[in-house]
Ligand binder design. Structure first.
Ligand code: KG4
Ligand code: ZN
Length: 383
């Protein structure tokens, strides 16, 4: 590989059309994300047919812009990486087709990247002007000095609108899934709770903002924290969502009719509900991370308090909900308590973006994991 490998990343798995250019897997020269939020807002969620049509219209301008913002021409690139799974099939097809056409016409390697794994990689991205010792969006406690060789083994958590999963991560290209949600993804639960509170789409970030209202009481409601079976590493958020529904509308009367709705709440009550919901959701994630750590450490035979010989070194977290303020600060506290390095993405790389695709694509290229023109869009994840 050349000294500086320039990879174009393309991401179209859901409702963001994105392209980015990343040098050597970490330095982001450009990252362009065309959001479709306005398009889907009136439906309260992503409409797959509208999403794929919008990707078709946007993909080429977004790629052109990413290459121009990087100060490059297409011929300067060394490879094209594309998120080809999992996601909405009609959306994925647009990105995969564009990536194949570009790779073929430019004579470049084509790399198929798993979107969920790329979320875990996002904490390794730095914008062009940042250095590794400067990570402004990570709360105190997040370690920023680890080099890729001493990150692993790591415990990984992906929390997004479509996925909530735990992984043992032995390298960027070797992961084992330990657990996943059995119903709603964490971001989906945030979005639905926000809708119940009358907060506009996209709900997660808006609910986070409401929960941070000065004076909001995160103990006003004792919302349930799902545990499942005593050792389960799976997640469940549907009970929390239902608890929010009943707290806002009351228990349904005969025939499923509710007697109240969010319009009867004052601002203070809405903020208390948001803060209490956020507390329970973050607690559920932390609880499963604690269980997973215990399991991995017992499997590897390392005493819980041992340093140096400790097997799990790092906590890698990614996905849209890793932007959540409460979760970020609780992750930071967990990492400090458990003597782990914490890799949290900068805010711009929590939600869907193409820099994470280019970044992980670089790691795959380094081990020869390249695709050919038979690469297809796959709606399900590999692990
Ligand atoms: O990773 P992402 O962009 O898309 C998927 O791969 O699903 O995640 C989007 C999800 C949405 O559910 C959104 O509401 C949630 O991430 N999200 C947040 C926050 N920012 C984005 N949830 C809670 N707090 C936030 N600050
Ligand atoms: Zn995502």
């Amino acid at each position: 590989m050349p000294d500086s490998t320039l990879i174009l990343g393309i991401e179209t798995s859901c409702d963001e059309t994105a392209a980015a250019v990343v040098v050597n897997g970490t330095r982001v020269l450009s990252s362009v994300v065309a959001s479709q939020n306005d398009l889907h807002a009136e439906y309260g969620g992503v409409v797959p047919e509208l999403a794929s049509r919008a990707h078709v219209e946007r993909i080429l301008p977004v790629v052109r812009r990413a290459v121009a913002d990087a100060g490059l021409k297409l011929v300067d690139l060394h490879a094209v990486a594309v998120g080809h799974r999992p996601g909405l099939i009609g959306s994925l097809v647009v990105g995969v087709s564009a990536a194949k056409a570009l790779a073929w016409s430019l004579g470049l390697p084509l790399i198929g990247v798993d979107h969920v794994r790329a979320h875990l990689y996002a904490g390794d991205l730095r914008s062009n002007t940042e250095t590794r010792s400067c990570e402004p969006d990570a709360p105190a406690g997040g370690d920023t000095t680890a080099t890729p060789t001493n990150l692993f083994p790591a415990l990984g958590l992906v929390v997004s609108g479509g996925h909530t999963s735990l992984y043992r991560v032995d390298s960027w290209t070797s992961l084992t899934r330990l657990g996943a949600t059995i119903d709603d993804a964490m971001g989906e639960a945030f979005d639905k709770a926000a809708a119940i509170l009358g907060i506009p789409f996209p709900g997660g970030p808006n609910l986070d903002r409401l929960a941070r209202t000065p004076g909001a009481n995160d103990r006003a409601h004792d919302f349930p924290v799902s545990r499942l079976a005593p050792r389960s590493l799976d997640f469940s958020f549907s009970g929390l969502k239902t608890a929010m529904l009943y707290a806002v509308r009351g228990v349904p009367l005969k025939g499923g009719v509710f007697e109240r709705d969010h319009t009867m709440l004052n601002e203070g009550q809405r903020a208390d509900l948001a803060a209490s919901f956020q507390r329970a959701a973050a607690r559920a994630a932390i609880l499963k991370l604690e269980r997973a750590l215990e399991l991995l450490r017992s499997q590897d035979g390392a005493p819980k308090d041992s340093q140096g010989s400790q097997t799990v070194r790092t906590l890698l977290v990614g996905g849209g909900v890793s932007a959540n303020s409460r979760l970020r600060s609780e992750l930071s506290a967990l990492a400090a308590r458990e003597n782990l390095r914490l890799r949290l993405p900068a805010m711009a790389y929590c939600v869907d973006n193409a820099a994470m695709i280019a970044g992980l694509g670089f790691q795959q290229l380094a081990i020869g994991d390249v695709a050919d023109l038979r690469l297809s869009a796959v709606p399900t994840t590999a692990c």
